[in-house]
Design a protein. Sequence first.
Length: 410
Amino acid sequence: MNSLAALRSALRALAANKLRSILTMLGIIIGVGAVITMIAVGRGATERVQAQMKGLGSNIMLVLPGGVTQGGVRLGAQTGQALTEEDVVAIAREIPEVQVAAPSMRTAAQVVVGNTNWSTSIFGTTNDHLEARDWPLSAGRLFEAAEMQGSAKVAIIGQTVADQLFGDADPLDQVIRVKKVPVTIVGILEKKGQNSMGQDQDDVVLVPISTYRNRIQGGGAGRLKRVSAISVKVREGQSMKAAEEGIKELLRQRFKVQPGADDPFSIRNLTEILQAQEASSQVMTLLLAAVAGISLIIGGIGIMNIMLVSVTERTREIGLRMAVGARGRDILTQFLIEAVTLSLIGGAIGVVLGGISTWAVGQFAGWQVSMTAASIVLAAGFSAFVGIFFGFYPARRASKLLPIQALRYE
C-alpha cells in the first residue's frame, strides 16, 4: 500500500466516525490555540518592555534626593537633603564611567498660544538631558550656551504638545506662554511614546534650567541652584554597577554622611528595572506556553485512547488486510497516518482559533500582542509530533496482530 492509498484509507476511517474524530481533536485544537495565544501575549509584553527601554535610553540612572530615615520612619524620594547643580558637575567630572549628567526640575502648567491651551509638564534642564535619554530633535536646534547662562525665554517641545497647540502648523519660532512667561519654540523632539508607567513622554516642554528657576519657578531656590533629579548616562561598555557605586561614594562625601548612616539620596538604575521586567515577561511567556502545552499532551493521550479503541474495533479488518497481502508496516503506516491526520487537522483549526483569540485579546483587553509565523509553525509542528508520538503505540500494536487471531476476533 502506497502512502496516497494509506491516506485515503485513513480519511475514510476517520470520516466513518465523525463525532468521535471531532471530540478526539478537541484537545489538540484547544492546545494549539492556547499555545499560539499565550506566546503572542507574552511576546507582546516583551516587545512593550523593549520599546520602553528604547524610549528611556540606554545605560541610564536617576539620582533623587531623599531616602533617609528619621525617627524610625524611612522617607521617600524628594525628601531630606537637596541635590544641586554642583553635584551634577561633580558626578560628570569625577566619575569616569559617566558620559553625561543632566539636572532637571519639573512642574505642571497650562501652556497657551492664541486661543488654544494645553496642560503639560514643564522641565527645566540642559542639552545633556537629551543626550542621556537618547532623544534627538525632529526639527529645530538645541539650547545655546548663552541662552543657558542668561535664562533665555526659549523652549523645546514634544510631539504631543506640538499637535495639541499647533495641529498641522509649524511650531518653530512660535511664541507660547508658560505660566504667563512668553517663550519661543526653538526645537521639536522626536516622538518617544509612553514610558513604563503609561505616561506620554511626548507631552512635555523643555526650557533651560536657569529659565525655569529664575522666570517660571521664582523664589529662593535660584541662589542654591537646587535640582529635583539628576539623569546619568553611563558610557557604552562601562559597568553600571561601578558607576552607581562611584556616584554613591561621591555624594556621601559631598553630603558629609557619617559611616553607617543612611544615604540622603537614592539611585535608581532604570535600565536594570526594565531588564528585570523583560526577564519576567519572558519567564511568564514560557510558563504560559508550558501550561498550554499540557493541553496538547492531554489531546495526545486522547488520540492514543481513541486509536487503541479503533484497533480493537477493526481487528477483523486488520486480519483481512493481512490475509490478502498487507504487511505489518502497511498497517503501521495506516494507523500512524490516521493519528497524524487527526493532529494536523486539529492543529489547523487550533491555529485559526489561536489567531482569533489573539485578535480578541488585543482588541478587547487592550493588551499588546504579537503573533509570529514561528509560533504558528512551532504549535503546528508540536501537534504533528504529538500525533506521531501517541499514535505510534496503537499503530505498532495493530501491525503486530497475527492474521489468524485477528480473523477469529469477535
